[in-house]
Design a protein around this ligand. Structure first.
Ligand code: CMC
Length: 428
C-alpha cells in the first residue's frame, strides 16, 4: 500500500492516494476528489497540476535536466539527428536501421504538396503571417489526404507522422516564398531534412542555394532541441484537442496557434526585437536591466525565466555553444550576440534575477542562430513549430493510445453575478 494524503473538509477526513513517477516525482491523485467531497482544486496557470502521466519527456527544472524517452538532451544533441530523435520521441525507442530507412523514405516521398494546394497560398495577402498560414495549411493538408484522419495503429500513425513532418517543412518554406512574392520551390529528393528545408527557403528559379554543412548542422540541432518539452502551453493544447478524438492534424494545428504567443514560441522573436531595440536605441545594457527590474511598462528580459526551469535551461547552453561555433565558422560578427552576452552576464549576477531563479531559456540564443542562417524574424516561431512537431505527434499518440482516456474538461469556480433577470432595453 503506497502513501496517502489525508485532508479534512468540513470536519470530515478524506484520504487520497499518492502516486510516484519513475523519476520519483510525487503527486496526490485527486481524481475522486469532487465525487467524494464536492470540492474541486483551484490552480490558476496550472503550476501545481499534473494533467496526465506521460512517458515521453522528463524535465527536472531545479537541476536543469531534460531527457527524451530517458536519453539526456546533451547526448542526443551530440550523437543523434533531428529525424532519429523525432522517431524516438514519437515511438518511444531508438529506431533500428530498417525503421530509419523506412521513415526517411516516407519523409522524402511525402515532401511534395498536392499541386492544388499551391492555389491556397495565392489566396493569402502578401506579408500574411506565416504562423497563420501554417496552422490553416496543416488542416488543409488533411482535407487533401483524408487517410490521415483514420490513423489508428502504429503503421498508419507512422505514415501520418511522416506526412505531417515532411509537408510542414514544405508549407513553411512555401509560406515564406509567398510572403516575399517569389515562386514556391519544389523539394529535392537527394537532400536530407534540414538541407531540403534550406533549399526550399533560399533557392531561386535562377540560382540554387547550397547550404553549407555548418548551417545544416546548426538547423538540425535547433530542430532536435525543440522536439519536445512536456506539458507546455502548445503541447497541452494538442492533448486537449486530441482528447476529443480529433485527428492528429487538427490537434497539431491547434498547437501551432498556441505556440504563436510571445510568452511561448513567439519569445524567440521578442528576444531579437529586444536586442535590436537596445542596439538601435543606443540604450546601455545596464539601463535596460534597470527598466526590467523596475518593471517599467511591463518590460521583461525576453528569453529569461521559465515556468519549469529554475536553473539553466540545458537547451540554451547547447544552443549558445552552437551559435558561437557557427558564427565563428561563417565569420559572422553579430553585434546583437554581443549585447546578448552582456545582458546574460549582467542578469546572472544581479540579485533581481538570481533571487527569482531567472536563467536564459532556449529562446535567448535560438533567435541568434536563426538570424545567422538568414531566416527572417517572422519565420522564427514557424521554425520552433517544425521542431516541435514530433513532440506534438507523440503527445497526440499518447492520448490516442490510452484505453482509459477521457475528454479533457477542467472545472471552474464561478465568480460572476448570481441569479439575475433580463431587463427591457428602455429600462437599462
Ligand atoms: N524578466 C523580468 N522578470 C521576470 C521574467 C523576465 N523574463 N520572468 C519572470 N520574471 C519575474 C516576474 O515578474 C515575477 O516577479 P515578482 O515575483 O516580482 O512578481 C517572478 O519573476 C516570477 O515570474 P512568473 O511570471 O511568476 O513566472 P511564470 O512561470 O509565470 O512565467 C515565463 C514564465 C516564461 C512566461 C516568464 O519567465 C517570461 O515571461 N519570460 C519571458 C518570455 C520568455 O522568454 N518566454 C519563453 C519561455 S521558454 C520557451 C517556451 O517554453 O515557450
Amino acid at each position: 500500500m503506497g502513501d496517502t494524503c489525508r485532508i479534512e473538509l468540513d470536519g470530515t477526513p478524506f484520504e487520497f492516494p499518492v502516486i510516484e513517477g519513475t523519476e520519483n516525482e510525487r503527486a496526490i491523485d485527486i481524481s475522486k476528489l469532487r465525487s467524494e467531497t464536492g470540492y474541486i482544486t483551484l490552480d490558476g496557470g496550472y503550476g501545481n497540476t499534473g494533467s496526465c502521466t506521460s512517458a515521453i519527456t522528463f524535465i527536472d527544472g531545479d537541476q536543469g535536466i531534460l531527457r527524451y524517452r530517458g536519453i539526456p538532451i546533451e547526448e542526443l544533441a551530440e550523437k543523434s539527428s533531428f529525424i532519429e530523435t523525432a522517431w524516438l520521441v514519437i515511438f518511444g525507442k531508438l529506431p533500428t536501421q530498417a525503421d530509419r530507412d523506412r521513415f526517411a523514405t516516407m519523409l522524402t516521398e511525402h515532401s511534395m504538396l498536392d499541386e492544388n494546394m499551391k492555389k491556397h497560398f495565392d489566396g493569402y495577402p502578401t506579408n500574411a503571417h506565416p504562423m497563420a498560414i501554417l496552422s490553416a495549411m496543416i488542416n488543409t493538408l488533411s482535407a487533401h489526404d483524408p487517410e490521415v484522419w483514420e490513423a489508428d495503429d502504429d503503421e498508419s500513425i507512422e505514415r501520418a507522422a511522416a506526412v505531417l513532418m515532411s509537408k510542414v517543412r514544405t508549407i513553411a518554406a512555401a509560406a515564406y516564398k509567398s510572403s516575399v512574392g517569389e515562386p514556391i520551390v519544389y523539394p529535392r529528393y537527394d537532400l536530407r531534412y534540414a538541407e531540403n528545408f534550406l533549399h526550399m527557403m533560399f533557392s531561386k528559379p535562377y540560382k540554387d542555394y547550397e547550404p553549407t554543412p555548418a548551417v545544416a548542422k546548426a538547423l538540425n540541432l535547433f530542430l532536435l532541441l525543440h522536439a519536445d518539452h512536456e506539458q507546455n502551453c502548445s503541447t497541452s493544447t494538442v492533448r486537449m484537442v486530441a482528447s476529443s478524438e480529433a485527428n492528429m492534424f487538427a490537434s497539431c494545428s491547434a498547437g501551432v496557434c498556441a505556440l504563436w504567443g510571445p510568452l511561448h514560441g513567439g519569445a524567440n522573436v521578442a528576444v531579437i526585437e529586444m536586442l535590436q531595440q537596445i542596439h538601435d536605441g543606443g540604450i546601455s545594457v545596464d539601463e535596460y536591466v534597470k527598466k526590467v527590474k523596475n518593471k517599467e511598462d511591463g518590460v521583461k528580459l525576453m528569453g529569461f525565466g521559465h515556468r519549469v526551469y529554475r536553473n539553466f535551461d540545458p537547451r540554451s547552453k547547447i544552443l549558445k555553444a552552437a551559435a558561437d561555433d557557427m558564427l565563428k565558422e561563417l565569420d559572422i560578427h553579430d553585434p546583437l550576440l554581443e549585447i546578448a552576452g552582456e545582458l546574460a552576464e549582467a542578469a546572472l549576477s544581479d540579485d533581481y534575477f538570481v533571487s527569482r531563479k531567472l536563467y536564459p531559456n532556449v529562446d535567448f540564443y535560438s533567435g541568434i542562430i536563426l538570424r545567422a542562417m538568414g531566416i527572417p524574424v517572422n519565420m522564427f516561431t514557424v521554425m520552433f513549430a517544425i521542431g516541435r512537431m514530433p513532440g506534438w505527434i507523440a503527445n497526440w499518440k499518447e492520448i490516442h493510445d490510452d484505453p482509459k482516456g477521457r475528454i479533457y474538461r477542467p472545472r471552474q469556480i464561478y465568480v460572476g453575478p448570481t441569479d439575475q433577470h433580463w431587463v427591457p432595453r428602455e429600462e437599462r
